[in-house]
Design a protein around this ligand. Sequence first.
Ligand code: NAP
Length: 227
Amino acid sequence: MSGTLTIGIFGPGKVGTAIARLAVAAGHRVEIAGSQRQESLQLLLDVLAPGAAQSRSVGTLAARSDLTILAVPFGRSVDLPYTSFSGRIIIDALNYWPAIDGVIAELDGIPQGTSEVIAARNPAARWVKSLNHLGYHDMDEHARPSSDPTRRAIAVASDDSDAKRFVSKFIDSVGFDPVDAGSLADGIHLQTGTAVFGRELSKAEFERMLVRPVSAAEPARRADAAA
Ligand SMILES: NC(=O)c1ccc[n+]([C@@H]2O[C@H](COP(=O)([O-])OP(=O)(O)OC[C@H]3O[C@@H](n4cnc5c(N)ncnc54)[C@H](OP(=O)(O)O)[C@@H]3O)[C@@H](O)[C@H]2O)c1
């Protein structure tokens, strides 16, 4: 990975702008696409993520970006331009929260994690699950240089080892220790209700928890907690 990346983000909300702030601080270029109704998005970005630019062409954002990050509510994610993701590295940072998203029939009774559901919308994209298990405020407050012994870990799960390596370097560049969390299917162990979700963990702690979850119960496949 060369030093400066172009990062495309779908969703200029709490987590999208937090990731944008981290990426701008790390020296990356950031473009953000909002929903149709966000007419004054650049004004919002100038306040919440100075240095980030509104995407003027949502359909080609992924093609122009070295790395694309999905940060829209799961229930709104069907509207994204999936065909434009083919061959691109895409981070799925989404969580399914019924309290926010409503109950989604697509997820009813399926054994897969939500990242597999998203990935099935374009299997030709290079899907990576990451950045979903920590709060946006933690992104702001817990980023640290690599020399800091209190650095926090962020998991990276994917079937594409090159994409996983690429995203791991990005995670490192914005102030967190990347942890290899296995395949995209293994991303189910990062979802809401799992042992690691929302926990402040070092890399070593995270790796231990992934191997031996604190809860003996099968990690929740479905969100059942309030947002
Ligand atoms: N909040 C967190 O701490 C956190 C942490 C990690 C992961 N996540 C996950 O990240 C996702 C976003 O969470 P959030 O808290 O940032 O939500 P949020 O504050 O509600 O922001 C979502 C943003 O996405 C925009 N949006 C909706 N549909 C879009 C589309 N098709 N294209 C582009 N933008 C679109 C929304 O625009 P409108 O305002 O016009 O609807 C809004 O600006 C969720 O899946 C959540 O579970 C959240």
